[in-house]
Write a new protein. Structure first.
Length: 306
């Protein structure tokens, strides 16, 4: 394989201090783990005559696991996809870079980034790679690989906290040798990871492999029902922005928001949403816990005011 040729990144810029949020989750994921053992291939939406408790907003086709798990807990959902993923400008280069260059680490920061990477990795002939991930939720995208593939793809590191900043500060590095990183990312992702890694002496190649964009059309009847549903489940900052853009008067909307993790919750708080809940560790189990807590808090609020 050809040696890696890189130009150094500029020094990391100074950013404002991160928003401090405090989780309000009191459920243990182990109490609901039994509900997550299977998922349907066909999403089950709440019947038109029912009163759904949760709006699920991931890209169409990716809500089934959450909907099925909540259904087993007696919670009806309304599906309102807010985002979709499209090809990024560097996607066509990813497979050739993987086949031509060896990296010490490949950093994956979201399930979508993992899915895009896996397709290119297979196209490149499944070269031997070492993966660092942001949290267990991202790591789970590699769980379904065949045993033979897992011997070539080593998920060797997960950050202690599921944020890019922490991953950049913790990714193992041999201080006595050059250490290279491939970072397949969303076009909209910040420079936090490559700047943090570069400041520690890593040489980073970032490829913008996909875009997260709002859906082109939202059914007005479904949206009207969603606006009155007690809890909205959001899985990315892009989904947060898409939701707020659909609300005609954000200041007057005060239902609960259950986020998949701290990064999404920070975006929700920063943009002005209230009653934001999130688990300390992103992933399906923790997300369900935050949905349950948000729902319980909303029920308590309603009972106190009626």
């Amino acid at each position: 394989m050809a040696p890696l040729s890189l130009s150094p990144l500029p020094p990391p810029s100074t950013s404002a201090s991160s928003l401090q949020l405090h989780t309000r989750i009191s459920f243990s994921p182990s109490r609901i783990g039994a509900s997550l053992t299977s998922s349907s291939q066909v999403i089950q939406r709440a019947p038109p005559t029912s009163n759904p408790k949760v709006v699920v907003t991931r890209e169409r086709g990716k809500n089934a696991k959450l909907v099925d798990a909540l259904a087993k807990l007696g919670i009806d959902c309304l599906e309102l996809p807010l985002i979709q993923h499209t090809q990024g400008p560097d996607l066509d280069r990813l497979a050739s870079v993987l086949s031509d260059t060896t990296f010490d680490w490949i950093v994956i920061t979201s399930p979508e980034a993992g899915s895009v990477f896996l397709e290119a990795w297979k196209e490149a002939g499944t070269p031997s790679v070492r993966i660092g991930v942001v949290g267990a939720g991202t790591a789970s995208i590699f769980n379904d690989l065949k045993l033979s593939s897992k011997q070539l793809l080593d998920v060797a590191f997960a950050s202690s906290k599921a944020t890019g900043k922490v991953l950049a500060s913790e990714l193992p590095k041999d201080s006595n040798k050059r250490c290279t990183v491939l970072y397949p990312a969303s076009v909209k992702a910040s420079n936090e990871i490559e700047e943090g890694l570069s400041s520690r002496g890593f040489e980073v190649v970032r490829l913008n492999t996909y875009r997260t964009v709002p859906v082109g059309h939202v059914n007005k009847i479904v949206l009207e029902k969603a606006l009155s549903t007690p809890v909205v489940a959001l899985a990315s900052p892009s989904a947060v922005r898409a939701w707020v853009n659909l609300i005609s008067e954000p200041d007057s909307w005060s239902n609960s928001v259950a986020c998949i993790g701290e990064t999404t919750a920070s975006a929700a708080k920063k943009i002005g949403l209230r009653n934001v809940y999130f688990p300390m560790e992103p992933g399906l189990d923790g997300w369900i816990c935050s949905i349950l807590e948000a729902s319980r808090a909303r029920d308590s609020f309603r009972s106190e005011n009626y």
